[in-house]
Design a protein around this ligand. Sequence first.
Ligand code: SF4
Length: 87
Amino acid sequence: MTALGLSLGTRLPWMAEAACAGRWYFTEGTIAEQKAVCRGCPVRNACAEFGLEEPTTDKTDTTVWGGLSPEERRELRRQRRRLQVIR
Ligand code: SF4
């Protein structure tokens, strides 16, 4: 079960339009190569939000979601938390 309460392997409607369809979770390729695929993806925003809701504890994870690397997602989560504290 994921942080969103989804079973692993769950497919959401937007995933059908993914530019990386058939290569889910990008188990191959560098971060730059993955980002190149994401750049033209029509569901990039939905994917990025999904990735932000699924924090990884795996320090070796290099999976890109919505064009964001694991480090970029961590930083974006930190920024969002800071904004919530400020409000
Ligand atoms: S944004 Fe990238 S990881 Fe997400 S669905 Fe599109 S190609 Fe796949």
